[in-house]
Design a protein around this ligand. Structure first.
Ligand code: PEP
Ligand code: MN
Length: 335
């Protein structure tokens, strides 16, 4: 962290301010005295320092971070990739390609079992399905809630596929005890109280990128979970809001290699919510794997025109089979 002091800052004030920094934080303070102003260089762990607090001090002209504000999620302090064991032999981040697939929402026992069996046949290793649905309209289908969770567990028993499903509030954590991966949706990426509570569990967390979140904000949300002790965070790029409205969102392909460079956490990509259109899922899935994604999460429905949620972006099991074949052969070719 670099702090430029005001030209009016006296030597005495500078010493007092430097001592305050050394006493309160785990840092060394280097001082460069110029002709008109003095610059302080802080060395050490500056993640705990509130940059706005520093900026608000009378003697400070300006302040700039030179190191990322996240530590636990930072590859600098953890060079090896994090590998997350989901159980049932499924590992995310070990160099393999894992596909999570299933309907946007769980609608009935028949539906979830039929889709689970089909996606498993095509190579999916994790079953997705929303039980609690964050919908833009309060009048839209809100999910089967706890009944949806029970149906996912039945489908897991039938197929052996671990399950991933979205949580919307911290008071539901007990209900999610038997879920294999807890998803934090885009809309809740900055629900910090929820993130903190999930950080106290030891469940793998699928952390979706917020609709307009920067990469740093997304990694800071991962840091919230990790700061409480849970290191099992899987990042999910699901498209961001841009001026383009042909697609539902804009898939930020460059976020994949960027996040893998900045962080050791695994990254999966959701081409369904990124595009909003079923015919775009295949090219985006291929692009994501080519860019280094550790996994994909894809919406699949046995009857997309009658889906209660996100039918337009859902693949039929047959279409999913084609996409899965292509991405697995691409992954093999890249090895
Ligand atoms: C979902 O995966 O069902 C979902 C609602 O996704 P997102 O939070 O990315 O919109
Ligand atoms: Mn959906």
């Amino acid at each position: 962290m670099i702090i430029v002091l005001k030209p009016t800052c006296s030597k005495e004030q500078q010493i007092k301010f430097s001592n305050m920094l050394k006493d309160n934080y785990d840092v060394k303070v280097n001082v460069w005295e110029g002709v008109h102003s003095t610059v302080l260089g802080l060395l050490g762990d500056t993640t705990q320092i509130d940059i706005e607090y520093i900026d608000a001090q009378d003697v400070v002209e300006s302040v700039k971070r030179v190191q990322e504000p996240y530590k636990k999620a930072n590859r600098k302090f953890h060079p090896e990739n994090t590998v997350i064991d989901i159980g049932n032999g499924v590992k995310i981040g070990d160099g393999s390609l894992q596909i999570m697939a299933g309907p946007c929402s769980v609608e009935s026992e028949e539906q979830i079992i039929e889709v689970a069996k089909a996606v498993k046949k095509s190579g999916a290793t994790i079953l997705r399905g929303g039980a609690f649905k964050p919908r833009t309209s309060p009048y839209a289908f809100q999910g089967l809630k706890s009944e949806g969770l029970d149906l996912l567990k039945i489908a897991r028993k039938e197929t052996g596929l671990p399950i991933v499903t979205e949580i919307m509030r911290a008071s539901h954590i007990d209900m999610f005890e038997n879920v294999d991966i807890i998803q934090v949706g885009a809309r809740n990426m900055q629900n910090f109280e929820l993130l903190k509570e999930l950080g106290k569990t030891n469940k793998p967390i699928l952390l979706k990128r917020g609709l307009s979140a920067t990469i740093e904000e997304w990694l800071m949300s991962a840091e919230y979970i990790m700061a409480e002790g849970n290191n099992k965070v899987i990042l999910c790029e699901r498209g961001i809001r841009t001026y383009e409205n042909f697609t539902r969102n804009t898939l930020d392909i460059s976020a994949i290699p960027i996040v893998k460079k900045l962080s050791h956490l695994p990254v999966v990509v959701d081409p369904s919510h990124a595009s909003g259109k079923s015919w775009l899922v295949e090219p985006l899935a291929i692009a994501a794997v080519a860019a280094g994604a550790d996994g994909l999460i894809i919406e699949v429905h046995n009857d997309p025109p009658h889906a209660l949620c996100d039918g337009a972006q859902s693949l039929t099991p047959q279409q999913f089979d084609t996409v899965a074949n292509k991405v697995f052969s691409l992954k093999n070719a890249l090895k």
